[in-house]
Design a protein around this ligand. Structure first.
Ligand SMILES: [Zn+2]
Length: 309
């Protein structure tokens, strides 16, 4: 009898223990699930900005510096060429799933924006070149590669800042302050252009359309050759015409981008005694916030020291 009683007591204790254990395990599961949910909700609270390519990525990094709950990523992350030659991949499309806003250059530089709008109608689009008016035009076609003009670049910053302030008012003051600070730094580059502007008879051939706005700001008289960033497409006839023009007008300067093939430029150099200068159109870089400004300084330094005659 006593033994049975002991046994029952043990059994009771065992069940109690089991019951308590189950409750504890249940509570732990509840806490874990709760936390996971909370984490997910926190993630979804983030304001996600996707930029189309490198110059805009650097720009937006500056505008959103220290902003609360903002994530900036770049769509064409590992691509080194011009976004206007870009074919959007399924991996890229995935990036739009969580994006709140897509910031593009616009003016058809991104030929895939229509597709994005049709697949992800909820993603807001900021066309950063929206307020630019002084475009370089050839044969009624606008050159959309605007970012190497400091004025245009500043205009793009202002447009993006204004739109971000409305879409994400939580960070309004941060955006506004960052934007003003960044523009101030960019304005400091301007006096250097005066030095270049004072150089006389600046004639040149430009073999890459992304450099045109920089050369325009430096008031260089440029003959632009339509290459679509690819000089090897130039026919012998076109090449012959350029050589004739260079000889006739005594043009001694040829501009190409650092990522360009140098073959055509070398032919022109050999045929005319001109010299090739390599500028940087900033389609790629080290990713630091100051990269645009640092590369512009290098470009300006090259432009200051050119021998035109
Ligand atoms: Zn391009």
């Amino acid at each position: 009898m006593e033994r049975n009683f002991n046994l029952n007591l043990k059994k009771n204790n065992f069940f109690k223990l089991c019951f308590i254990s189950i409750i504890i395990i249940f509570l732990i599961i509840l806490i874990i699930v709760g936390n996971l949910k909370k984490n997910n909700e926190e993630k979804d609270d983030k304001f996600r900005i996707l930029t189309s390519f490198y110059p805009l990525y650097i720009m937006v990094q500056n505008i959103t510096n220290d902003a609360n709950n903002v994530e900036v990523s770049n769509m064409a992350e590992k691509f080194t060429g011009c976004i206007h030659d870009y074919t959007i991949s399924t991996t890229d499309l995935k990036k739009f799933e969580k994006a709140n806003v897509f910031i593009e250059n616009g003016r058809n530089l991104e030929n895939f924006t229509e597709k994005i709008i049709s697949i992800y109608p909820k993603v807001e689009i900021i066309e950063s070149s929206e307020n630019i008016s002084n475009f370089i035009e050839e044969d009624d076609e606008i050159n959309p590669h605007v970012w190497l003009s400091i004025e245009n670049y500043i205009m793009q910053i202002r447009t993006i800042t204004e739109k971000l302030e409305k879409m994400n008012p939580e960070n309004m003051e941060v955006y506004s302050k960052n934007s003003n600070d960044y523009i101030e730094k960019l304005e400091e580059l301007k006096p250097d252009y005066e030095v270049i502007n004072n150089i006389k008879d600046k004639k040149a051939i430009c073999l890459n359309e992304s450099l045109e706005y920089l050369l325009k700001d430096a008031s260089i008289e440029v003959t632009s050759i339509e290459t679509d960033h690819e000089q090897s497409v130039l026919s012998a006839k076109v090449l012959g015409n350029i050589i004739d023009k260079m000889k006739r007008e005594n043009i001694k300067v040829i501009f190409i981008d650092k990522d360009d093939d140098t073959k055509t430029a070398k032919i022109l150099e050999n045929e005319t005694g001109a010299r090739v200068y390599v500028l940087n159109s900033e389609m790629n870089g080290n990713g630091s916030k100051d990269d645009y400004i640092n590369i512009m300084k290098e470009n300006i330094e090259i432009l200051k020291n050119i021998k035109y005659l």
